[in-house]
Design a binder for this molecule. Sequence first.
Ligand SMILES: *[C@@H]1O[C@H](CO)[C@@H](O)[C@H](O)[C@H]1NC(C)=O
Ligand SMILES: *[C@@H]1O[C@H](CO)[C@@H](O)[C@H](O)[C@H]1NC(C)=O
Ligand SMILES: *[C@@H]1O[C@H](CO)[C@@H](O)[C@H](O)[C@H]1NC(C)=O
Ligand SMILES: *[C@@H]1O[C@H](CO)[C@@H](O)[C@H](O)[C@H]1NC(C)=O
Ligand SMILES: *[C@@H]1O[C@H](CO)[C@@H](O)[C@H](O)[C@H]1NC(C)=O
Ligand SMILES: *[C@@H]1O[C@H](CO)[C@@H](O)[C@H](O)[C@H]1NC(C)=O
Ligand SMILES: *[C@@H]1O[C@H](CO)[C@@H](O)[C@H](O)[C@H]1NC(C)=O
Ligand SMILES: *[C@@H]1O[C@H](CO)[C@@H](O)[C@H](O)[C@H]1NC(C)=O
Ligand SMILES: *[C@@H]1O[C@H](CO)[C@@H](O)[C@H](O)[C@H]1NC(C)=O
Ligand SMILES: *[C@@H]1O[C@H](CO)[C@@H](O)[C@H](O)[C@H]1NC(C)=O
Ligand SMILES: *[C@@H]1O[C@H](CO)[C@@H](O)[C@H](O)[C@H]1NC(C)=O
Ligand SMILES: *[C@@H]1O[C@H](CO)[C@@H](O)[C@H](O)[C@H]1NC(C)=O
Length: 851
Amino acid sequence: MANTKIFRYYVITLLFLFTSTQYVVTSLNGSTLCIKEEREALLKIKKDLKDPSNCLSSWIGEDCCNWKGIECDNQTGHILKFELNPYLICTRNASIFSPSPFRGEINPSLADLKHLSHLDLSHNNFQGISIPEYIGSLRRLNYLDLSNAYFSGVVPTHLGNLSNLHHLDISDIFSSVSTRDLSWLSALSSLQYLSMNHVNINNSPHKLFLAVNKMSSLLELHLSSCSLSFLPPSSPFLNITSLSVLDLSGNPFNSSIPSWLFNISTLTKLNLSSSSLSGLFPSSLGRWNLYKLQNLDLSSNYITRNITEMIEAMSCSNQSLELLDLSQNQLMGKLPRSLDQFKNLFILDLSKNSVNSHSGVSGPIPASIGNLSNLGSLNLEGNMMNGTIPASIGQLSNLYSLNLLENYWEGTMTNIHFHNLTNLISFSLSSKKNTLTLKVTNDWVPPFKYLTHVEIRGCQAGPTFPDWLRNQIHLNEIILQNAGISGEIPHWIYNMSSQIRNLDLSHNRISGYLPKEMNFTSSNHPTIDLSHNQLKGSIQIWSDVRTLYLRNNSLSGTLPTNIGKGSIPEELCDLPSLHLLDLAENKFSGSIPTCLGDVDGFKIPQTYFNYSAPPSKYPGYVPYTRHTELVINGRIIEYLKQMQVHSIIDLSKNNLSGEIPVKITQLIHLGALNLSWNHLTGKIPSEIGLLKDLENLDLSHNNLSGPIPPSMTSMTFLSHLNLSYNNLSGRIPLANQFGTFDASIYIGNPKLSGDTLRTNRSSMLPGNGEQERKHEESTDEDDDKTGSLGLYASIAVGYITGFWVVCGSLVLKRSWRHAYFKFVFDMRDKLLDSMAVYMARVKRIFGLERN
Ligand SMILES: *[C@@H]1O[C@H](CO)[C@@H](O)[C@H](O)[C@H]1NC(C)=O
Ligand SMILES: *[C@@H]1O[C@H](CO)[C@@H](O)[C@H](O)[C@H]1NC(C)=O
Ligand SMILES: *[C@@H]1O[C@H](CO)[C@@H](O)[C@H](O)[C@H]1NC(C)=O
Ligand SMILES: *[C@@H]1O[C@H](CO)[C@@H](O)[C@H](O)[C@H]1NC(C)=O
Ligand SMILES: *[C@@H]1O[C@H](CO)[C@@H](O)[C@H](O)[C@H]1NC(C)=O
Ligand SMILES: *[C@@H]1O[C@H](CO)[C@@H](O)[C@H](O)[C@H]1NC(C)=O
Ligand SMILES: *[C@@H]1O[C@H](CO)[C@@H](O)[C@H](O)[C@H]1NC(C)=O
Ligand SMILES: *[C@@H]1O[C@H](CO)[C@@H](O)[C@H](O)[C@H]1NC(C)=O
Ligand SMILES: *[C@@H]1O[C@H](CO)[C@@H](O)[C@H](O)[C@H]1NC(C)=O
Ligand SMILES: *[C@@H]1O[C@H](CO)[C@@H](O)[C@H](O)[C@H]1NC(C)=O
Ligand SMILES: *[C@@H]1O[C@H](CO)[C@@H](O)[C@H](O)[C@H]1NC(C)=O
Ligand SMILES: *[C@@H]1O[C@H](CO)[C@@H](O)[C@H](O)[C@H]1NC(C)=O
């Protein structure tokens, strides 16, 4: 899904790079003004820095005023400006988008540059050193940027000596920077720009607001994710006359929004997203005095208010408002006609206001929306809206993203709804009641040419495959799920396959054979979901597919068994990056190919995020993710594409026979293995304990015999196990996680014995998620009562490690969201939901709380 915030951020980043490149070219003059002592100081600084991209290669010769990042006073020769920011000084390299940060130490001879007025050390990796105190001796500084340079520790009070500062940025998304006392901040009364995002200020919020109020010329205040838990009930900024940008997002205020925030008439941007702002607005508000407001972001709070009242209150800013983000609240009521007063509105996001099936923005889209001629992005996903979609939406010639997912739309959308949408690049539509039809004429050629994302779910877009997509050669995501499509997969899909990342045609009535050839590109990590259709014939293994779902079709034939000829280049085991194989619920017969044990994709630990060690290329950049569902152990588990929890093999409900190949135990990072409902025989491989990352193992409903291998007790991640309905014998192990498993997972194995069975030979049948969950909870309680801490410890150590790797990186980035990327956290919430059962087991002991 094209995300507007990413889009904007890219644009900003590009602008930033262009302007900076220009700066490097024009700002320097080849004079020999350079002062010897300052030159030597620079060389000492260079010596202590690691410079992987060789950005300081120009730092040679006498003429230091001509070195990259240096600017001298043209009269005295003193260095005035020093920019050690890889984005500014490394952009001439070929790798324009990813200069490597400087690492290492900052030599204290920096303090010899006494005449510096502008110092920029941002976007580096100083590996957690403290902000150097001697920066406080650079008395002439008026611009200091230490942001995202991976400093840590307490902000030195010495910064308070910099009384000339206009611009101070110590924000750091990787930060563990905190403040102890804020007296230094109150000394900086000339500040016009202050950014302390992600700096922990929670111990002195009152003093913070007092200090800020001394800065009477302040224009921008960025205090996102500072762990502030206090928002003054009356304005703390009475002394500030021209505040333009206020960002208090991501702080745990846990209060209602005080009215003074809507009374700062100079504000152009106000960001209060993700700040635990709750309840109704003070009803006395009436109209706000935000005459110049351009951006208002109140997303991800608990605001319960009628959207009509909100729009009414905002009407003071009717011509200036460009961005309105009220997503992920609990708004209700209908969108008023008067919405069209915001003539300059560019982004309107009201998504996900439906917290349950009775709340959310309701009613139809007012036809007046067609008057918002500047609208670029409209997101109404996840509300209670119904009625027909007005044809006037087709007038929005600047619209590039239209998201109408998860509402109760009715009626028909036709060509007219797209009449003037020449700039559309992302279109998403779903109706929860399946009461909407997308009906365009057969020969329709859409006005847009750059569609990259199309997503239609639960609507009638058939009966044949939508032919109007044929010429959209830039498509990389095609999701036509449950869209009433029958007939065959069109040939022209081949023509766009080289850029496809996601092709989801599941839950239709698509028949015929799988296309013989596709031209997928491995770097796109293509995910192909053709499950729940009527496809027949044998399986095609297209090269370069990363994830393939064919569940619930009428496919037949055998799984490829030969390797090394794997002459058949499309063979399964030849897909080196395959790490999610779901062929469940088909008619595959034969044995499980031994060569699966050689597929590297299942062996490599999956990276959860594509970000390298901090600082990343783009601060806060996280690749787009989408969750996917897998039925494991009768329970739907949601995983995240791009941050796969672990690799997965699901071959359940087929006609597979033979033994479980021992080689499968080489896939040491496999996270889930489901071989249930087949005709497998022989023993469970005794080395199965090598699968140390396995969380889910379902071998139920086969003919496996022999004992439960003792090595399984070392699989400490294993939280879902089902061995029922086999022919296993011997004693059930008791160690480690086996102590927590319920008797039902062994049912149907009359030769098994063990204490577990005695406690409760449950009548419960496995495979019923609801019952299992209940049972699991009760097991937890029992464990709690007996207080078997030793047992917990062994599970929990494994669990905590796993949890931290998966969710820890997400939690780390909770703060990132507030800056740009909240969608990642929708995903996190889903992930945490699916992990709730794991959590239940340990949180009482370890005090882990959701959020
Ligand atoms: C640049 O430096 C040269 C000496 O190398 C000097 O002659 C010239 O005037 C300088 N130009 C400017 C614009 O300072
Ligand atoms: C010297 O610098 C000042 C201010 O930076 C600028 O206005 C002036 O044009 C410069 N003079 C030369 C000769 O470059
Ligand atoms: C700078 O500030 C520190 C701490 O506030 C103080 O101890 C020191 O004397 C100051 N240095 C100068 C040169 O003023
Ligand atoms: C208001 O700002 C001025 C100038 O910065 C400062 O001297 C004064 O202390 C401030 N007043 C309050 C109440 O903070
Ligand atoms: C938020 O505030 C409410 C009432 O003001 C309080 O009951 C609740 O515990 C607070 N929650 C947090 C997380 O502080
Ligand atoms: C809003 O500001 C005006 C002055 O600009 C002041 O008189 C009024 O009391 C303020 N209202 C609120 C609710 O803070
Ligand atoms: C919108 O703004 C214009 C100009 O500021 C004003 O004249 C008009 O009355 C406003 N409309 C509404 C509905 O507030
Ligand atoms: C658009 O605005 C004009 C006047 O500004 C109004 O007459 C018209 O009804 C509006 N269009 C719609 C579809 O509401
Ligand atoms: C939309 O939903 C509301 C509330 O459920 C209902 O009263 C109304 O009739 C619906 N409108 C349409 C056009 O179905
Ligand atoms: C479509 O857009 C063009 C230019 O943006 C405009 O001139 C034309 O009137 C629009 N047509 C409709 C039907 O909105
Ligand atoms: C695929 O692209 C080729 C070359 O552009 C074209 O000749 C062919 O007609 C296309 N096939 C389909 C089915 O559109
Ligand atoms: C496959 O895709 C590549 C681009 O990734 C393209 O250059 C090539 O022509 C395509 N091959 C065929 C046979 O269409």
